[in-house]
Design a protein. Structure first.
Lengths: 142, 372
């Protein structure tokens, strides 16, 4: 597979109130962005258990995006503050354990930020093309 | 106050037993968690009858379970009576974490913290049951001088060789086994009223400089720790990485069972969430060419890192429990250490220090997530 042929696969965990709605806005505004993303809707980014991020990563997905409301705007007040701490811990664990922490992104994208969503996906696909396929694609003994 | 447990005829163990017996007989505690000799082995026990303390051996350098777990089982929301617990440094640290995780309480518990000069693997210890005589004497000398014991054919557990916190903090009674000639008396620090109840008095004459000895021991251990953690991090970062480290994993979950901090009654990995349909395995096999059976072996370990590594106290029970010799403790200490640094958190240091993953502020790590 040449770098040109490689299409990164991204799994996204988006919060219902902000990012998912923002993604929907990108759609209704007919904004163009790469189709590499598969979205899982959660009610809050604070509901993202690290295992949801780790499972696809170990299966070989190239990137995982966690999307939530900007801090201070969480529909449930403090959910995203927890997301932020968990993300910091997860990044350290990925780094220490020899995985590529650059494959897991956390972005605060609000319901009105359709363009930010489209831009984020575009940016992520470009970055992942640069990183190449997740080596875990070839690792079957997980 | 500082006091001394008198030792007769150089019999340190008898003196310790006498001391523990007094705690029970004078009502300082109503029941005592302490290891008891049982045949070839040392068995952790809750003792209610002073007579049973004739077999107590908190000096035996072996740790079949992490005592924090026992104290958690004995207290939970409330201790049923005045419980005493004889704990090593790492057991105390694990207990502090469990208290913060709401799995134990310190109210009504008398903590007897004992310096630890290191422990041996249970199987090794049981094989060499003649622990008296030369071996014990060398072990006590090592404790006095602040170095690892040199006993032929047996080495301390890897976690002990790299332990940089051999002295417990925050105990009601602290037994100072390091840096002293124990045959002449066992130095302890305890509340004045307990000392009075037990009839203990302050040490007479010169006392050994414990701090210097402890520092010396920690310096030796710190070098080993640095070396081991660097080595394991390199292995994790190398070709194959974590997957190759856990290639021999049997999925027995002994590491989780032995870990004092894994308190979940039902691990996520034993629930329906991980009961996959046959099609799941087949599609994974088709996608990657092959798939490990049974699934989610590595995922279990990385998830466990996420769930408890912030509180990992490096007791090494996991490595001791692993039947295939995977250095689980080194891996979790390395990963845990990195998470702990990121949060400026030291597990086991204080009950008042909040757990990093259940604490959060409105304004912190402000740059994360806001990238344009």
């Amino acid at each position: 597979m040449t770098t040109n042929d490689f299409e990164p696969r991204i799994v996204a965990f988006l919060c219902n109130w902000c990012t998912y709605t923002g993604a929907d806005l990108a759609g209704t505004s007919r904004l163009q962005y790469p189709p590499n993303i598969r979205i899982v809707r959660l009610m809050c980014s604070g509901a993202v258990d690290p295992v949801y991020v780790l499972k696809p990563l170990l299966e070989g997905v190239d990137g995982v995006l966690i999307g939530g409301c900007h801090p201070g705007d969480c529909h449930y007040q403090t959910g995203n503050y927890k997301t932020r701490r968990r993300y910091v811990a997860l990044q350290e664990i990925l780094k220490a354990a020899g995985f590529d922490e650059q494959r897991v992104w956390l972005r605060w994208i609000s319901a009105s930020e359709g363009q930010r969503f489209a831009a984020t996906v575009t940016e992520m696909v470009t970055a992942l093309k640069e990183l190449g396929p997740n080596p875990m694609r070839e690792t079957w003994a997980v | 106050m500082n006091a001394v447990i008198p030792v007769e005829n150089g019999d340190v163990l008898a003196a310790m037993r006498g001391f523990l017996r007094q705690l029970l007989e004078t009502g300082v505690v109503e029941a005592l968690y302490v290891p008891l000799e049982n045949g070839e082995a040392i068995v952790p026990a809750l003792v209610a009858a002073p007579a049973q303390l004739a077999g107590a051996n908190p000096l035996a350098p072996v740790m079949p379970i992490n005592g924090a777990r026992a104290v958690s089982a004995l207290t939970n929301k409330q201790a049923p009576a005045k419980i005493g617990a004889v704990l090593r440094a790492c057991e105390m640290r694990a207990l502090v974490e469990l208290v913060k995780l709401q799995q134990a309480t310190l109210a009504g518990v008398v903590l007897i913290g004992v310096d630890c000069a290191g422990t041996y693997e249970v199987a090794e210890f049981v094989k060499r049951r003649a622990w008296g005589g030369e071996r014990l004497s060398e072990y006590l000398s090592a404790a006095r001088e602040g170095r690892d014991p040199l006993i032929e054919g047996i080495t301390l557990r890897p976690a002990c060789q790299m332990c940089v916190q051999p002295t417990p903090t925050g105990a009601d009674i602290q037994v100072h086994l390091l840096g002293a000639d124990l045959t002449r008396g066992i130095p302890v620090t305890l509340r004045d009223e307990i000392a009075a109840r037990l009839g203990l008095s302050a040490p007479v004459g010169e006392t050994a400089d414990r701090a210097v000895v402890v520092e010396k021991l920690i310096a030796i251990r710190a070098q080993v720790r640095e070396k081991e953690l660097t080595a394991i991090k390199e292995r994790m970062a190398s070709e194959g990485g974590l997957a190759s480290l856990f290639a021999a994993c049997l999925r027995c979950h002994n590491c989780m069972t032995a870990c004092p901090l894994c308190y979940c009654k039902t691990c996520l990995f034993k629930t329906a969430a991980f009961e996959h349909k046959p099609e799941h395995y087949l599609s994974a096999a088709r996608r990657k060419g092959a798939t490990r059976m049974l699934g989610d072996t590595l995922l279990f370990h990385v998830t466990r890192m996420n769930h408890m590594s912030a509180s990992c106290v490096s007791c090494g029970m996991c490595t001791s429990a692993c039947p295939t010799g995977i250095p689980v403790g080194a891996i979790f200490s390395a990963v845990g250490g990195q998470v702990q640094s990121a949060f400026g958190y030291t597990p086991g240091r204080s009950v008042d220090e909040p757990l990093p993953l259940i604490t959060f502020l409105a304004n912190e790590w402000a740059g994360i997530g806001e990238e344009k």
